[in-house]
Design a protein around this ligand. Structure first.
Ligand SMILES: Cc1cc2nc3c(=O)[nH]c(=O)nc-3n(C[C@H](O)[C@H](O)[C@H](O)COP(=O)(O)OP(=O)(O)OC[C@H]3O[C@@H](n4cnc5c(N)ncnc54)[C@H](O)[C@@H]3O)c2cc1C
Length: 349
């Protein structure tokens, strides 16, 4: 089958990697290289559902994807010696609820003591040592790109996708036709879908502070569930500090505004003092006195409106020749792969 994949982030590149050997796949990316937005500027966390204790879909997708991700990409994962989830007493989830929601999946946590870097441990209901992993995204990107059995076209922005004909029109005016078109753009999954099948989104420009912290990349703390912060090692040997309050620093009302803010991201972040706000928020909960080499990672983010605060599930919708992928967590990509294979008439892996 002649398949176009539009969008060369993690989802598009992964799908090209899996579909390429069987089909004639062309991967179109609007920028100059693959995996250079949310695919790389994220918290590099292989999720196991703990981050979204109230969203059963996200828990199911990440728990089903986790072992498959480990089996396929184990060489690009690293264990984190001490990875603690801290459950706030004033948060939106209780430990009992979390245990109930995670009960159907292999237990990957044990109760532990408060990490030294956490301030005011009495404000927490429980501390869980959790078996998540760090994804070495730079190496994973190199591996995926090197192994692609697909034609890659960069600098190709799709501006129209026709679900009945499979035609894709690009910014430079060219039009190409395919048997199937997979939209993996993350920020524009309604391209090619009729209005009635479209997704309803909330858009964000998201920032995290990368820093050298006292833990030296050896420990992670995630405070749940509400407007708190998390500190997680990243693949560059630093940590990322993320704040539920200040990480989303622009909330555009539509995709054009999002793309405009993305182009001006560094200036907006500077004007809004985003780095200072995230660090200040971090210091409310964590000992972060010895912060060095701090800088921002910024990425565009799109969330489904229906579970915008509690979850980040993936979803697939199709119409005619178009299959549109809404990208959730990185390990949820297997739920998408299975659904895409089903729509292409292929057996499950
Ligand atoms: C701050 C932050 C932290 C996160 N932390 C984690 C985490 O720890 N673990 C986890 O699992 N997930 C995390 N996520 C979520 C995860 O990063 C995203 O869900 C995932 O990367 C999105 O899929 P993608 O990589 O395909 O998207 P993207 O990287 O955005 O890729 C989409 C690609 O499509 C291209 N494109 C867009 N429109 C067009 C067009 N019209 N024509 C051609 N190309 C187009 C873009 O240029 C881009 O390269 C985080 C996200 C953010 C923002």
């Amino acid at each position: 089958m002649k398949i176009a994949i539009v969008g060369g982030g993690f989802y598009g590149t992964f799908l090209a990697h899996h579909l390429g050997p069987k089909h004639e796949v062309t991967l179109f990316e609007q920028s100059k290289e693959l995996m250079n937005r949310s695919a790389i500027f994220n918290q590099s966390r292989l999720h196991a559902g703990f981050h979204y204790p109230r969203c059963l879909r996200t828990i199911a997708q990440t728990n089903e994807g986790y072992p498959r991700f480990v089996a396929e990409f184990g060489a690009f994962l690293r264990d984190i010696p001490r990875n603690v989830y801290a459950i706030r007493r004033d948060g939106k989830s209780r430990f009992a609820e979390l245990k109930k929601n995670l009960a159907p999946y292999p237990t990957r946590f044990r109760e532990t003591t408060a990490p030294a870097a956490l301030k005011n441990p009495e404000e927490y209901e429980a501390f869980l040592e959790v078996d998540e992993k760090l994804i070495l995204l730079d190496r994973l990107r190199a591996h995926l790109v090197a192994g692609l059995k697909a034609t890659v076209v960069t600098g190709a922005e799709a501006i129209e996708i026709h679900s009945t004909t499979g035609a894709v029109k690009f910014r430079d005016g060219t039009v190409r036709k395919f048997d199937r078109v997979i939209n993996a753009t993350f920020t524009n999954p309604n391209l090619g879908l009729p209005i009635e099948s479209g997704f309803h989104f909330a858009y964000e420009l998201a920032a995290m502070v990368c820093l050298d912290s006292a833990s030296g990349g050896e420990s992670a703390i995630t405070i749940i569930d509400g407007e708190y912060v998390s500190l997680y090692p990243n693949y560059e040997g630093q940590d990322t500090l993320s704040s539920v309050r200040f990480t989303p620093f622009v909330r555009p009302t539509n995709r054009m505004e999002l793309e405009d803010a993305w182009r001006r991201r560094d200036q907006i972040a500077k004007d809004e003092k985003v780095q200072e706000k995230i660090l200040e928020d971090g210091r409310r909960y964590l000992e972060l006195d010895s912060v060095k080499n701090a800088h921002l990672w910024i990425a565009p983010k799109v969330k489904l409106r229906e579970n915008f605060q509690s979850g980040a599930p993936s979803e697939v919708r199709s119409s005619g020749k178009v299959i549109s992928v809404f990208c959730g967590k990185l390990d949820s990509v297997y739920s998408v792969l299975d659904q895409v294979r089903g729509l292409l008439g292929e057996p499950k892996a």
